[in-house]
Design a protein around this ligand. Sequence first.
Ligand SMILES: CC(C)(COP(=O)(O)OP(=O)(O)OC[C@H]1O[C@@H](n2cnc3c(N)ncnc32)[C@H](O)[C@@H]1OP(=O)(O)O)[C@@H](O)C(=O)NCCC(=O)NCCS
Length: 439
Amino acid sequence: MEYIKNRFYNKAINCVAEYNKLKKDHGDKVIANVTIGQVLSGMKGVPSLITDTSKLDANEGIRFRGYSIPELREKLPRMNPQGEPLPEGLFYLLLIGEIPDDEDVNNLSKDWSTRSHVPQHVFDVIDALPLNARPMTQFSAAIISMATESVFQKAYRSGVNKKYYWDFIYDDVMNLIAKLPRIAAYIYRRNFHKGHHIEPNPQLDWAGNLAHMMGHDSEEVKRLLRLYMVIHSDHEGGNVSAHATHLVGSALSNPYYSFAAGMLGLAGPLHGYANQDVIFWIFELMESLGTQEPSKEQLADYVKKTLEEGRVIPGYGHAVLRKTDPRFTAQMEFANKYIKNDPLINTVNNLYEVVPPILGNIGKIQNPWPNVDAYSGALLYHYGIKEYTFYTVLFGVSRALGVLASLVMDRVYGLPIERPSSYEMKWFVEKATGEKGNC
Ligand SMILES: CC(C)(COP(=O)(O)OP(=O)(O)OC[C@H]1O[C@@H](n2cnc3c(N)ncnc32)[C@H](O)[C@@H]1OP(=O)(O)O)[C@@H](O)C(=O)NCCC(=O)NCCS
């Protein structure tokens, strides 16, 4: 068995023993009550999923296998001492639960490089779509079309024993992650650089190669993309992209189908599409106000106008978080360190002062603070990646690291098909009031 797969399995097998014991000995133990309010608000706060890769605390933000973002920026291996952590190291941590050393990361980088070839028909599928097909449409179609490569699907057909499913899922997951930068860059060059594609450089790391193939070969962009790929990777298991991947995977759909489902969820405006919406909205604001450097008063008026129109302020609010998202803070620190004066970044910083009190005063918004999407677009834009309709694809490439590490774990546990119960509205009304509902 290869090096990383071996390390993963030796670690994961302990968790499986614990899972089996829990199921056998404690299946009847009650751990939580579910309120009507939780059901009506999208099952928020209901402990119903096992996800080992990361945990989100409402006030502290995300921890990846117990490590906060500042800790990871310090502890994970980097290309150079001043740089940002390598996503390979983050993936290793998510999968195995240990901080890797340089050798582990090199090993993973090489492994992905050897798996990175994308079959021609995937490019043909992308090319068959009109140029006005959204980048996320192209990205999801490309991922689904790669299911031809699924080793799990073939193994299942040949009747492999279910205790070995995880092994084939692992290979699908590694193959898929390895190929995503090439696919994303292909879509980017097709849409925004007249189809002048750039071949991968096998000497580069995963994120560095993505920057290279997109045609943004500077060290600054590589550094930014490494940070970007680390912080967008995982946000525990209940968010739409993670949950959709997990749910579809629970039917033993192959990882290409499962991840494509997650990406279709990420494409929604309340989830990953918000990263392009933020830039769209700020440009709309600048155009409407006739200035690239709006004052805080002008920003406040525009925020109120947007709310009066019944729209959301993109990049603000969160289903779980109740404080400023540490992923926002990490990007702000990055901007403070490397960017001196940029009107878009200045506006994002000013919005951070202006928006929370306005949202907070409305009363009903649980979290008036910024999330990851409030900053990411401005940084990409600053470094020349200005095509914001593409931004959700970058989020998707990163999200693969978390949701696919979890998908391998799902199959090691042997988690069953997911099947919560639904009831008619009248059932809930009767439960709540004792009287029959009308609906
Ligand atoms: C992330 C988000 C979907 C969470 O939704 P949620 O869990 O339902 O949030 P809340 O419980 O705080 O929502 C309560 C109300 O406040 C509204 N609200 C929440 N965030 C808001 C925002 N940024 N701007 C305006 N209204 C907002 C909701 O739409 C909801 O209104 P309703 O009662 O009329 O339906 C929501 O904050 C949002 O739409 N944010 C903007 C989009 C975004 O940045 N998404 C990326 C998330 S990482």
